[in-house]
Design a protein around this ligand. Structure first.
Ligand code: AVJ
Length: 322
């Protein structure tokens, strides 16, 4: 897809974020084949509740959601293996004319998932879209008939407020009055529950976090020693977000051949590898409003750990001067 903005390469992001402290790297680089497999294992841990909570919500409410929205299209941002989306697809069983547009950065996953879905949902038209949604959304196909945009998993929480508004606004302006967004967001809750979710007892999140160093070694010909970095997850209550860091155990130097750069770490120095924002109903309502959308439906479990929201584009009267 033709991007609205050019997406930075890993080399550019690393040059901007890693060479000087405060060091930081976008979380999308976690997800090579190994990182994606580790993320799947995180979802199966006792401690990481978001995936299973959202899945249960979809299992329970998919029928109601599809009835309410009655879309002809489902377009999913960051579809991955479409595991949770199957609840929505199943709720439309046999509905001829339905089209599913999975949108993801990984061609292999799109191809493999596409084939499996084609077998499991023979009545469904499947049109995979390869691209990076951080490059902008204005080149998505503009389907006629209602479209349900789907953005699950709490991934919106990876974006700073400004970036999140930009992304949602790009969506809002291209939505027709009948289109809706189905958005999954993680909620503010007890620090203990949040902390355990991002520092699970089996150490899988720690391995997932360190995996980004393997990615840097491979892609930028680096010599990081992943074991020389500790995993740290802290809940920043003021910003209502989990911050994931890699912490250098000892003073060390790392060379990235591809950048021709040497990184010097003092003992205890950190790299911020991910933020994962947590929302209240008020904060997500406000975020959506600032992006030009209004909440029209809300599904949450009793403990309110996670929310599925249906949002509609805000319509405003536009007076044309003639
Ligand atoms: C895939 C972005 C929703 O923020 O909870 C899981 C990624 N990081 N454990 C999240 C993640 C550490 C996850 N998202």
């Amino acid at each position: 897809m033709r991007p609205a903005r050019r997406v930075k390469t890993l080399a550019e992001d690393a040059r901007e974020g890693l060479i000087e402290p405060p060091r930081t790297l976008p979380p999308k680089y976690f997800y090579d084949a190994r990182g994606s497999a580790l993320f799947d294992r995180i979802c199966d841990t006792e401690d990481y509740y978001p995936t299973r909570t959202e899945d249960a919500l979809l299992a329970r409410y998919a029928g109601e959601i599809m009835c309410k929205v009655q879309p002809r299209h489902i377009l999913e941002l960051g579809s991955g293996t479409s595991r949770k989306t199957r609840h929505l697809l199943s709720a439309c069983e046999g509905q001829e004319g339905m089209i599913y547009w999975p949108f993801d950065v990984c061609r292999e996953v799109l191809e493999e998932t596409g084939e499996v879905l084609m077998t499991d949902y023979p009545w469904l038209e499947i049109n995979p879209l390869l691209g990076d949604y951080s490059a902008g959304l204005d080149h998505l196909p503009c389907p006629d008939g209602g479209c349900l945009y789907v953005f699950l998993g709490g991934t919106l929480g990876n974006f700073e407020e400004r970036e999140a508004i930009t992304l949602l606004r790009e969506l809002a302006v291209r939505m027709s009055p009948l289109d809706r967004l189905l958005l999954g967001v993680d909620r503010v809750k007890s620090v203990h529950v949040l902390h355990a979710a991002y520092d699970d007892g089996e150490g899988i999140t720690a391995a997932f976090n360190r995996n980004v160093l393997h990615v840097l070694n491979r892609e930028l010909r680096g010599d990081f020693q992943p074991d020389a970095f500790a995993h740290r997850a802290v809940y920043n209550e003021d910003a209502a977000r989990i911050e994931m860091y890699l912490v250098a155990d000892t003073q060390q130097q790392v060379h990235l051949d591809e950048l021709d750069a040497t990184l010097r770490f003092a003992a205890g120095e950190t790299i911020l590898t991910e933020i994962s924002r947590k929302f209240t109903l008020e904060s997500v309502t406000q975020l959506l409003a600032r992006a030009g959308m209004a909440i029209e439906g809300h599904y949450a479990p009793e403990n309110e750990y996670f929310s599925l929201l249906i949002a509609a584009p805000q319509r405003n009267v536009h007076v044309a001067v003639i």
